[in-house]
Design a protein around this ligand. Structure first.
Ligand code: NAD
Length: 368
């Protein structure tokens, strides 16, 4: 028997799901396999206390299945907190499809995935993410109603990125108010890292307000295009992280606040769209606090996209989605104040408030 040859520590390592590092009492994990279309997917449902678990489907060329499982566990948990802090009646879920979206994806595979989503009867609702598109959501819509981010022509809300950018802009203004005493960004030196779907619209808002925007991206063509279109300057310094700016806005990748970069930062505020900006929430959150660099929690200020797709469930009204997104300004200020009162990091404050909302609802549900 296996228990006779392995120590408890070794056994822990081989626990396939419940023993994963990112497993956090997820309610349900669904493994989807279809030989005919080549679909291999995992749906992670972290928590449904506040409502159905909504989160996008990521298609990625994972090195192995462990990596895919770990990603879906981590991402679905993140969605629980994002929806909770934003005040949405949604739980947290996410799905991953294993494969290269440029090579392996077919409409048949995507529709088959939609059938798996449908089999969960609304406990999980999907949306677009890295490697999936509005067109894929339209395909999924053919086999299930439990999908958002469907095209405008098909009655959906379309691309959520401009709304995400508006939320980031609101969060940045709140951070400026708290740190500099005014929400006005005119004249502020702001570095936007990554000028993709979200970053470009953010640059639009910032330049319109008269901020001194510098942009950086690995795509030179886009840099020139966005620079010309909005009058933003292309960052030319040797090191992005030691740039002499007031605000650093990560809108490309996660974990840019890490052991190597954190001590170089001159910015007084960090506010951007990228997910999981802190390489380690506890360690890097605390260092930022110690250095009096105000960090606007990413999962709060980049919630415009989820607010927009949520509106699709409750009856799409773009004005209402924008109003809710605008409210990110107030929520961000509340979190800063809560963090200060309790002597904790802004990331921890946001997590605590989100968890409180879930716990309160759980108690209410139990007494019904
Ligand atoms: P995108 O792919 O459209 O844009 C990302 C941009 O970053 C691209 O222009 C890319 O060239 C650039 N980039 C990549 N690596 C870089 C590097 N090392 N340095 C500088 N630039 C680099 O993505 P997006 O939709 O704009 O999203 C941006 C970030 O915000 C992502 O982290 C995403 O997960 C997060 N986010 C997006 C949404 C949304 O609604 N799109 C919602 C929540 C969170």
């Amino acid at each position: 028997m296996i228990t006779e040859v392995l120590t408890p520590k070794e056994l822990h390592k081989i626990d396939p799901v419940f023993g994963q590092v990112s497993f956090d009492n997820h309610e349900q994990i669904v493994f989807c396999n279809d030989k005919d279309t080549g679909l291999k997917a995992i749906i992670g449902i972290h928590n449904t206390v506040l409502g159905p678990a909504l989160g996008g489907t990521r298609m990625w060329k994972y090195a192995n299945e462990w990596e895919a499982l770990n990603d879906v566990l981590r991402l679905s948990r993140g969605m629980t907190y994002k929806s909770a802090i934003t005040g949405l009646n949604l739980g947290g879920g996410k799905a991953v499809i294993i494969g290269d979206s440029k090579i392996d994806k077919t409409p048949e595979m995507i529709r088959k995935f939609g059938e798996y989503v449908n089999s969960l009867s609304g406990k999980y609702i999907t949306a677009e993410d890295v490697g999936t598109t509005t067109e894929d959501m339209d395909n999924i819509r053919e086999v299930t109603k439990f999908v958002t981010g469907v095209s405008v022509e098909k009655g959906g809300s379309g691309n959520p990125s401009p709304v995400t950018a508006y939320g980031v802009y609101m969060g940045m203004k709140a951070a400026a108010k708290y740190q500099f005493g005014s929400e006005i960004l005119e004249g502020k030196k702001i570095l936007v890292q990554g000028i993709g779907h979200v970053g470009e619209t953010l640059v639009d808002f910032l330049t319109k307000e008269g901020a001194q925007v510098q942009i950086t991206d690995i795509n030179q063509g886009r840099l020139e295009e966005v620079s010309q279109k909005y009058g933003a300057s292309i960052f030319t310094g040797a090191d992005i992280y030691s740039a002499d700016v007031d605000i650093y806005s990560p809108c490309a990748l996660g974990a840019t606040i890490n052991d190597e970069t954190i001590n170089k930062l001159k910015a007084r505020v960090i506010a951007g769209a990228a997910n999981n900006q802190l390489a380690n929430d506890a360690i890097h959150g605390q260092i930022l606090k110690g250095k009096d660099i105000l960090y606007a929690p990413d999962f709060l200020i980049n919630a415009g996209g989820i607010i927009n797709v949520y509106a699709e469930i409750v009856g799409y009204d773009s004005a209402e989605a924008m109003r809710r997104t605008e409210n990110i300004y107030n929520t961000t200020l509340e979190i800063f104040a809560f963090a200060e009162q309790n002597g904790i990091t802004t990331q921890e404050a946001a997590m605590r408030i989100a968890q409180n909302r879930i716990d309160t609802r759980k108690k209410e549900n139990a007494t019904k």
